[in-house]
Design a protein around this ligand. Structure first.
Ligand code: ATP
Ligand code: MG
Length: 256
């Protein structure tokens, strides 16, 4: 997992990624209403909420795949609200997608190499990062297979490998553990902690697996109908009755 080390001397990452008072509407659906979220380097923040709460929309706004109607996004103390995803990526921000964005015709290894090359790594370094990450994510047995051959859960972890191959300062993981066998969840949780603790990246973790979120995150933010319903430590969130009513009491709905 040396692949996540902050080795790029040309990059001067700031300490936080921040969305301030962000709103976004789609044809009458108010997906986000004045949401503020701050992610510091070295911490894991959980983002939870029912289906349709606005979690992925917030990730899209943070990463530049969508623009807010109101509010701003700051990365390393710069206003990046109008920056492209690629420009934000070069500045140290990476994300995964809830639905696969893999290059289906390329091999699993090539998919990861392309991400590293995209932020300026050389060919040999890209291969080194790819092999290390695929081994860490338990995908090395598929390295030479086409990405199109992966099962859904493996595809999500390929997305994580692709994000980490950029050696990000901030990484946004949109339901990366969905489809992961229960027995493999602890190892995945350990990987998320490693990204923050050993490599100093800020991690935003979205998942419907509340046990994973409670175990992995130092801070949790709860979205409901586009608004921040609660924010706090895992213990505070567990004790919050509003959260229990809106979310924790529900059986998580498999979204695919
Ligand atoms: N491109 C879009 N066009 C129209 N409506 C959208 C679009 N993207 C999101 N929405 C709507 O915005 C709301 C928030 O969606 P979003 O995908 O952010 O929720 P989510 O919290 O990620 O849900 P899930 O847990 O199911 O992934 C939903 O009502 C959704 O239908
Ligand atoms: Mg989503």
């Amino acid at each position: 997992m040396a692949a996540v080390a902050q080795s790029d001397a040309g990059r001067r990452p700031g300490e936080t990624l921040r969305a301030s008072s962000v709103s976004r509407a789609f044809e009458g659906v108010q997906a986000l209403r004045g949401v503020t979220l701050t992610l510091a380097r070295g911490e894991v923040v959980g983002l939870i909420g029912p289906n349709g709460a606005g979690k992925s929309t917030l990730v899209n706004v943070l990463s530049g795949f969508d623009r807010p109607d109101e509010g701003r996004v700051e990365l390393a103390d710069q206003d990046v609200t109008r920056w492209s995803p690629h420009r934000r990526g070069r500045k140290g921000l990476a994300r995964t997608f809830q639905h696969s964005h893999a290059f289906r015709g390329l091999s699993v290894r090539e998919n990861v190499e392309v991400s590293a090359l995209g932020v300026g790594a050389g060919g040999r370094e890209a291969t080194r990062r790819a092999d290390a990450l695929l081994a860490r994510l338990g995908l090395d047995r598929y390295s030479d297979a086409p990405a199109s051959a992966l099962a859904h859960g493996d595809e999500r972890r390929l997305g994580v490998a692709r994000a980490l191959a950029t050696e990000p300062s901030f990484v946004l993981l949109d339901e990366p553990a969905a489809g992961l066998p229960e027995a493999e969840v602890p190892d995945f949780a350990a990987l998320v902690r490693t990204i923050a603790d050993e490599h100093g990246a800020g991690v935003l973790l979205i998942d419907h697996n509340i046990a994973l979120i409670m175990e992995t995150c130092e801070r949790i933010q709860v979205l409901d109908q586009g608004q921040v319903l609660a924010e706090g430590s895992p213990a505070e969130i567990r004790a919050n009755l509003d959260v229990a009513a809106a979310y924790l009491g529900e059986t998580p709905v498999p979204e695919e």
